[in-house]
Design a protein around this ligand. Structure first.
Ligand SMILES: CC(=O)SCCNC(=O)CCNC(=O)[C@H](O)C(C)(C)COP(=O)(O)OP(=O)(O)OC[C@H]1O[C@@H](n2cnc3c(N)ncnc32)[C@H](O)[C@@H]1OP(=O)(O)O
Length: 196
């Protein structure tokens, strides 16, 4: 059973002082420290650490170090997952990533947030809402995905976007806030030269 399993999406919990959460996050950071200090030659060791850490994954994934997350157990990745360097996932709530998903460098997937009002924020309260990323999604460099967002299958999120609302399947979306700029069409599979 994953940590925070009994907390409802959006429900406030004590993220800063709860001893169980602090313990699990520390255990996770110890494993990630080990992972992030492996050599590229230590593929088996890398795969073993990730398999122990994540909620679920297949045998077929690459996560380039450094990689950071809070708990690991809330993260589920599909077949043929590729994450470039410096992926950060704050997984207070579940993060479901489909098959064939590519993440560029410096992607942040944040399920967690704090109350807007100062008083409760300073009590260390936090909420988390799940993030879902569909099959065959490509997320560009430096993209931020905030709590509760779903990105539909076959979609491309342009570099630097901040995804604050759900994005449908089969589109290119860009910007802050991230919005659909066009559909992916048959023409895209005919492009031979990407030179502008
Ligand atoms: C797994 C890995 O490691 S991948 C390696 C890392 N690489 C990346 O992160 C590259 C990501 N690529 C991008 O962001 C590209 O801009 C793409 C793929 C979104 C381009 O998609 P295209 O549909 O070809 O977009 P195109 O260049 O024709 O631009 C279409 C419109 O979107 C806008 N646009 C394109 N990219 C962005 C962006 N990152 N942010 C904001 N707007 C953008 C353009 O300005 C243009 O607007 P206009 O019509 O008003 O002039």
């Amino acid at each position: 059973m994953g940590v925070l399993e009994n907390i409802e999406p959006g429900e406030l919990y004590d993220a800063n002082y709860d001893p169980d959460l602090l313990r699990v996050r520390k255990e996770t950071k110890i494993k990630l420290h080990e992972y992030n200090n492996t050599s590229p030659a230590e593929e088996d060791k890398r795969n073993q650490i990730i398999k122990e850490l994540l909620g679920s994954c297949t045998d077929n994934f690459i996560i380039e170090p450094p990689f950071y997350c809070d708990y690991g157990s809330n993260i589920h990745i599909g077949e043929n997952f590729y994450a470039n360097h410096n992926l950060i996932i704050l997984d207070g709530a579940k993060v479901h990533i489909g098959d064939n998903v590519f993440l560029a460098p410096n992607v942040g997937i944040y399920t967690a947030g704090h109350p807007i009002d100062v008083e409760r924020r300073l009590q260390g309260l936090e909420y988390a809402m799940p993030v879902t990323i569909g099959d065959n999604v490509w997320i560009g460099g430096g993209v931020t995905v905030i709590p509760g967002v779903t990105i539909g299958k076959n979609t491309v999120i342009a570099a630097g976007s901040v995804v604050i609302r759900d994005i449908p399947e089969g589109v290119v979306a860009a910007g802050n806030p991230c919005k659909v700029i066009r559909k992916v069409t048959e023409k895209d599979s005919l492009t031979k030269n990407y030179k502008k």
